[in-house]
Design a protein around this ligand. Sequence first.
Ligand SMILES: C[S@@+](CC[C@H](N)C(=O)[O-])C[C@H]1O[C@@H](n2cnc3c(N)ncnc32)[C@H](O)[C@@H]1O
Length: 192
Amino acid sequence: MASLSKSIFEKIKFFWAWIQSPASVASVVPSSMELAAAMIEASEIEPGQRILELGPGTGVFTRALLDAGVEERQLVLVEYSPEFSNQLRQDFPKAQVIEGDAFLVLKELRQNAERFSAALSGLPLLMFPEEVREDCIRDCLQILRPGGYFCQFTYSPTPLVADNEEWEAKVSERIWQNIPPAVVWSYRRNVD
Ligand SMILES: C[S@@+](CC[C@H](N)C(=O)[O-])C[C@H]1O[C@@H](n2cnc3c(N)ncnc32)[C@H](O)[C@@H]1O
């Protein structure tokens, strides 16, 4: 009962965030458990790994990561919205929550020696020009260990970026249970 009311509360909070900032939140409801499962599968993560999440919102993928055996203290969550960031700090007190613009934070993370095993993104990337999308993927792949996946979901039938010699891309089946139905694109560097 408590988790049902928390889930309803999160949906209302998400909808309210969308009303205030439709371009940034980009969806009226949080992603489904089915989409979260597809993101986890595509990222090929293993328990104990250090994982980066961009645009976690109310934490649907974050919870799926914990369920998959990732330790909370191994999570770095980058969220633009102050309201979502505060909630994430309460719900995941051992994770590192960075409140800010993921595109800028990625540049800063590139200065750190410690790498991530995978990156999961809920950013509304398709709203940005292709150069920005490419830069985001490139910056993310730079801070991943060799073989690590950058995973991004999208509602669109269009690929996020054109094929590129720098990385290999694969796409999941469409997840029809999600509102709206979505696919997961995953990218990893071709040459390490
Ligand atoms: C489509 S929602 C996805 C939320 C969550 N991952 C999910 O699937 O339910 C997009 C999220 O990205 C965040 N966001 C948008 N632009 C951002 C940026 N430049 N940097 C960090 N977070 C951003 C929004 O605040 C929102 O939480």
